[in-house]
Design a binder for this molecule. Structure first.
Ligand code: DGY
Length: 333
């Protein structure tokens, strides 16, 4: 990219203006300005001939997309830390750089997980609905009892950046932290967070709160299914801020309805934007619309990182959050 060439780029949804201004300063930008996910046909049509794209988790970047974009496509900068919507291997085979937005959303997403833990355990959303319903009430010793969060055991499934940030919050609530992951962090991390490794089944049996922080893959799809829900305590609270399909929603709705577990706090769903009707019917489910990283500050930081990735890729520099350096690392190490 030189001063005279303004590479054509596609941005599939409106981002904070500051980030869009950085793109339009040096690129010819096509922006999909709808409120919905960019319709597939339009996405494929608008991708044609682009040198770069800023995509969202609602856009599938697969062989079909890459075919539609054509050989000038240099970089796909995903506006999310999760990248299960991107076929990274297909990008690599075609020499297309694929990027995500890690780190900038770690603390905010951990806050959301903690908020869901608290809301589900202490029946906050249910209490709010109850008051608004206008039902007569008076303080009572047995009214709307929840579960203690402080001094409870939290089981963190997926002990990467966000899982560890949840563990730090848990320490502030005097909680015991156990975790499961396929790879164990360095011993110093376990020590600093006083976190003990468990195999998944033991973690599910032992934990009062289970918070999911795995990425979505064929190994983690329906990781939490009917059999694993059956291992949890009847007082357990399950929280998911990772990806919806990590939980079998049908099985969870059944477990909640039968009070097999105490409650769930869900930010993500198997078939977003649909929410399983069985979950909608459960008073013991706190449901929010994929708001994990949704703060003004974090969404701006994500947008700026996505633009840093995009512009670096277009300018032949190494993007700061490159997923596939083997594609054609602009600055091999
Ligand atoms: C992500 O980044 O993967 C979240 O789901 C949206 O912030």
């Amino acid at each position: 990219m030189t001063a005279e060439t303004r590479p054509p780029v596609l941005v599939t949804r409106r981002l904070p203006q500051q980030a869009l201004d950085r793109i339009t300063a040096v690129c010819d930008m096509t922006l999909y300005d709808g409120e919905d996910a960019m319709p597939r046909g339009r996405l494929l049509a608008e991708a044609a001939g682009k040198a770069g794209a800023v995509t969202l988790l609602t856009d599938r970047v697969d062989e079909e997309f890459l075919d539609a974009a054509g050989p000038q496509l240099t970089i796909v900068a995903n506006y999310a830390v999760g990248f299960d919507n991107i076929d990274v291997d297909a990008c690599t085979r075609r020499g297309v750089l694929a990027c995500n937005t890690p780190e900038v959303l770690t603390e905010t997403t951990a806050d959301t997980a903690f908020a869901l833990m608290m809301a589900a355990a202490r029946r906050i959303a249910e209490g709010d609905r109850f008051l608004r319903s206008g039902t007569a009430w008076i303080w009572g010793p047995l009214m709307m009892l929840g579960q203690d969060v402080h001094h409870a055991t939290v089981g963190i499934v997926g002990f990467g950046r966000i899982g560890q940030a949840v563990a730090r919050r848990a320490r502030g609530f005097s909680m015991r932290v156990v975790y499961h992951d396929t790879a164990r962090p360095p011993a110093e991390v376990e020590q600093e967070l006083a976190a003990e490794y468990r195999d998944l089944e033991d973690l599910l049996r032992e934990s009062d709160f289970i918070s999911l922080h795995t990425s979505l893959s064929t190994q983690t799809r329906h990781l939490i299914n009917a059999e694993r829900l059956a291992l949890m305590k009847p007082t357990a609270v399950l929280v998911n801020t990772s990806r919806g399909p990590v939980v079998d929603e049908q099985a969870l709705a059944r477990a909640l309805a039968r009070r097999q577990i105490f409650a769930a706090g869900l930010d993500v769903f198997e078939r977003e934007p649909e929410v399983h009707p069985g979950l909608l019917a459960c008073d013991n489910a706190v449901l929010i619309p994929h708001l994990g990283s949704a703060t003004v500050q974090t969404r701006l930081a994500m947008a700026n990182l996505a633009v840093d990735n995009l512009l670096a890729g277009l300018q032949g520099r190494r993007p700061p959050a490159l997923l596939n350096p083997q594609a054609r690392d602009p600055e091999p190490r």
